[in-house]
Design a binder for this molecule. Structure first.
Ligand SMILES: O=c1ccn([C@@H]2O[C@H](COP(=O)(O)OP(=O)(O)O[C@H]3O[C@H](CO)[C@@H](O)[C@H](O)[C@H]3O)[C@@H](O)[C@H]2O)c(=O)[nH]1
Ligand SMILES: [Mn+2]
Length: 447
């Protein structure tokens, strides 16, 4: 029986983490999750990824840090390291749900975990590095604006001992380790994939009952390359830690290959049917680029490039020209040839400017509809805490017969784009638009 007032929730603040969210969402569907699937995103996520996410998730919700109470918002501006943390805390604002399970975008669900909804706030599993603390990659919580406010207040008053959400949540829910054993989730609900198990007999005994794998740490599944023919990740680069990790990584990639890549293709096909002219969608978006990738693998044919035109009309309100994603031509293992994708932006065309959430639909039944967000009326402000141009992070997806890879590409904005961003109110308060930087510029100018 589907339960509509409870949800699995994840978070993706850029197109790269969206890849993780997609695989997570699909893994929940594969395991017949009976709760709604929700993904929180920030303004940096491109229109294309919003559309793709809406095919897997029931709700794609844009959260904007400007939504928080102003005094807290201002306090956070002085604490750039807490940016992504603050975004994760937004899950407490989902008050149209009575109870939720939060899962990091770098987790993978291996069997049905609906029983987690029998638990209450705040339930989580021990952190493998310090078991008296919980790991904040999987937790049960109860949305509440009051709790959200208290968490923000706690963050401004006390900061976070690890500079991120895990430290903050552990000091807020400080009785977790002693008060109630029911709030200790078994380790099988949050098994870190990259730990070398010092207690390997336990892994032998319990490893097969693992329900959620967490790719915690700096190297994520999407940082590996994958061979679709052998069904395994390629060793080169990061060097694989252990056998367990390899098999979990292979599972992640299998879902990516079989369920996520086809979404991009079917999206492209829908696009072709919807607008035979093709260019309409391109113009709507303002600019679109296709990356003629450097192709480190055997080239499958000529790679065409869609030229980014400088005289494209200004993008409609709420749609940002830099919300583009570069796609090389795809050649799938099935030998299907794909043109560069062109994201449509239905909501850009008739932007009524209303607030963010999409209408919930039940993805389990019928055709997944393309419902995506209305752009937010407020000019989004980048306070995600990363001073790098994170909002310009592009995904460079390369698919060949022998190798699939998801590369990060940090796009340098042109001075025109910088200016447009500034005019749209998208000001990088933490980075190059920080007062100190502007002061430096003024000083240089006056000297
Ligand atoms: O640029 C980012 C970074 C993080 N996230 C989201 O935040 C989560 C946490 O970040 P992650 O990279 O997964 O951190 P971990 O390697 O898992 O490190 C640990 O430390 C983090 C900070 O305290 C906690 O959030 C994690 O739950 C904990 O496992 C991700 O899964 C995403 O959902 C983004 O959307 N964009
Ligand atoms: Mn994580």
């Amino acid at each position: 029986m589907p339960v509509s007032d409870q949800a699995f929730v994840t978070l993706a603040t850029n197109d790269i983490y969206c890849q993780g969210a997609l695989v997570l969402g699909q893994s929940l569907r594969n395991q017949r999750a009976t709760r709604r699937l929700v993904v929180l995103i920030t303004p940096q996520v491109s229109n294309l990824l919003r559309v793709i996410l809406s095919k897997v998730f029931d709700e794609v919700i844009e959260v904007n840090l400007i939504d928080s109470a102003d005094y807290i918002h201002l306090a956070f501006l002085k604490r750039p390291e807490l940016g992504v943390t603050l975004t994760k805390l937004h899950c407490w604002t989902l008050t149209h749900y009575s109870k939720c399970v939060f899962l990091d975008a770098d987790t993978l669900v291996l069997s049905n975990i609906d029983e987690l909804f029998d638990r209450t706030e705040f339930s989580a599993a021990p952190d493998p590095g310090w078991p008296d603390c919980f790991n904040s990659g999987v937790f049960v919580f109860q949305p509440s604006l009051e709790t959200h406010g208290l968490l923000l207040q706690h963050a401004t008053d006390h900061g976070s001992f690890d500079g991120a959400d895990q430290g903050l949540l552990n000091s807020f829910f400080s009785s977790w380790s002693t008060a109630d054993i029911h709030k200790h989730l078994p380790f099988i609900y949050n098994l870190s994939s990259n730990t070398a198990y010092t207690y390997s007999p336990a892994f032998k005994r319990f490893g097969s009952s693992v329900k959620v794998v967490h790719f915690l740490g700096p190297t994520k599944p999407w940082n590996y390359k994958y061979n679709p023919q052998t069904g395994s990740v390629l060793e080169e680069g990061s060097g694989l830690a252990n056998q367990h990790q390899t098999s979990f990584l292979n599972l992640w990639w299998k879902i990516y290959q079989h369920s996520i890549l086809p979404l991009y293709e079917s999206f492209r096909d829908e696009e072709d049917h919807a607008s035979p002219g093709h260019t309409a969608a391109v113009e709507e978006l303002g600019a679109i680029s296709a990356v003629g990738s450097s192709q480190p693998w055997p080239a499958q044919g000529p790679v065409e490039q869609t030229v980014v035109s400088d005289d494209t009309p200004p993008s409609p309100k709420g749609c940002h020209a830099e919300d583009t994603i570069g796609w090389p031509e795809l050649e799938t293992s099935a030998g299907v040839r794909c043109d560069p994708l062109s994201p449509p932006s239905p909501q850009c065309a008739d932007s009524s400017g209303t607030q963010s959430t999409s209408q919930p639909t039940d993805k389990a039944e019928g055709d997944p509809s393309l419902e995506i967000l209305e752009p937010s009326q407020e000019p989004p402000v980048d306070v995600t805490g990363d001073p790098s141009p994170q909002d310009a992070l592009e995904v460079d997806l390369a698919v060949s017969v022998f190798e699939i890879s998801i590369e990060e590409k940090v796009k340098e904005l042109s001075p025109e784009e910088e200016r447009r961003k500034w005019e749209e109110g998208r000001i990088d308060y933490m980075g190059k638009d920080a007062f100190a930087r502007i002061q430096e510029k003024l000083d240089r100018f006056l000297q």
